[in-house]
Design a protein around this ligand. Structure first.
Ligand code: PLP
Length: 363
């Protein structure tokens, strides 16, 4: 049988040469060898985040950096707004509630994008300490316009915290230019690396907020992490996932040598290709096409077929893993991830397998 292909929203496929590095003996993290590796990674991260600020590497999945942003910037009772469009936006809101923030949910509904006029009305009167927003809502296959959202929040001087976990390195995001205060991402989605790391960067304004924050933090103390990054011989406060750092350094080298603009273009092509294909075979996209993600496609499940039958068929017959819906979309949609290390060939195989599954399973 062919090697398994992950067409999921993460973990995503990892190129062979990155896998090879990941399989080497780990480096010790207090050695010259590691300092050089980590400086290299830090430089790559700044280029991908499009920021002059430090980017901190945490040994945790994306959710770890989300939690770190809450714990480091705020104090109990701070009033904040969550513009949500799906599962991951709601997860962020849940984290804020756990930490005792006065978190307000502005829910645009699963399958929609944030409506900027509605958002603006809310921000205008709200007196919020921050706006939290997801760039690419992986659960619904919808992308928000972060540039416009940051502009809107900027009118009212409200800091913007962006969950770019499934989008940074796949679609444009310019942290400094767009005036985004916190950007969060991780290793296992667009970064072509194994899971284990999350990455987070804070603007000057966000560091100012961190100075005032009184919420407890220890492992996720970003000031400690920043100190490590700023050293001449940069390191992390605790033992990091060294192997994943080794892998992520190589993978981000690859990403940057491909050229981010070329990657963005390739993702646009992939998104369009999937959308055209599913229309051709009589399936429907879950969100409206104008807000559809170029990184992950959410597709409505035809009424006479079950989502899990489609997923199982494609896995058993073709060794390709796609995923179903999360939360309230379970059973209603299937999702094909096409972010990170996806080739034309992998995508074509997946689409052909989907077509075959639908034909075979139709009653
Ligand atoms: C994957 C993902 C996360 C975090 O997931 P982890 O499993 O913790 O890495 C957060 N937000 C979005 C939009 C995601 O796609």
């Amino acid at each position: 049988m062919n090697k398994k292909i992950l067409m999921t929203p993460g973990p995503t496929m990892v190129p062979e040469e990155v896998l090879e590095i990941n399989g080497r003996q780990p480096m010790h993290h207090r050695t010259q060898e590691f300092y050089e590796l980590f400086s290299g990674l830090n430089l790559n991260l700044k280029k991908i985040f499009k920021t002059k600020m430090e980017v901190m590497t945490l040994t945790a999945s994306g959710t770890g950096a989300m939690e770190a942003s809450v714990a480091n910037l705020f104090s109990k009772g701070d009033k904040v707004l969550f513009a949500t469009i799906g599962h991951f936006g709601e997860r962020f809101y849940d984290i804020a509630k756990i930490y005792g923030l006065d978190a307000e949910l502005l829910d645009f509904g699963w399958g929609n994008a944030v409506d900027l006029n509605v958002l603006e009305d809310k921000l205008k009167d709200g007196d919020y300490k921050a706006l939290f927003i997801t760039q690419n809502e992986t659960s619904t296959g919808v992308t928000n316009d972060i540039k416009a959202a940051a502009e809107t929040a900027g009118k009212y001087s409200i800091p913007v915290i962006v969950d770019a976990v499934s989008s940074l390195g796949g679609i444009p995001l310019e942290m400094d230019k767009w005036g985004v205060d916190v950007v969060i991402t991780c290793s296992q989605k667009c970064f072509m690396s194994p899971p284990g790391l999350s990455f987070i960067s804070l603007s000057e304004r966000a560091w100012g907020m961190a100075e005032k924050s009184t919420l407890p933090k220890y492992y996720f103390d970003l000031k400690k992490a920043r100190k490590g990054v700023m050293k001449e011989k940069p390191d992390t406060p605790y033992t990091p996932a060294v192997s994943t750092i080794m892998a992520a350094k190589r993978a981000t080298d690859m990403l940057l040598s491909l050229g981010l603009d070329n990657v963005y273009k390739r993702q646009e092509d992939f998104g369009k290709k999937v959308r055209d294909y599913i229309k051709d075979i009589g399936l429907q996209l879950f969100p409206e096409e104008c807000i559809a993600s170029n990184l992950i496609s959410a597709i409505k499940v035809p009424e006479d077929i079950s989502a899990s039958d489609i997923i199982n068929y494609i896995l058993e017959k073709h060794n390709i893993l796609i995923t179903g819906g999360q939360g309230r979309l379970k059973g209603k949609i299937i999702r094909i991830g096409h972010m990170g290390y996806v080739t034309e060939e992998m995508l074509e195989k997946t689409l052909n397998a989907l077509k075959e599954a639908v034909l075979k399973l139709k009653k």
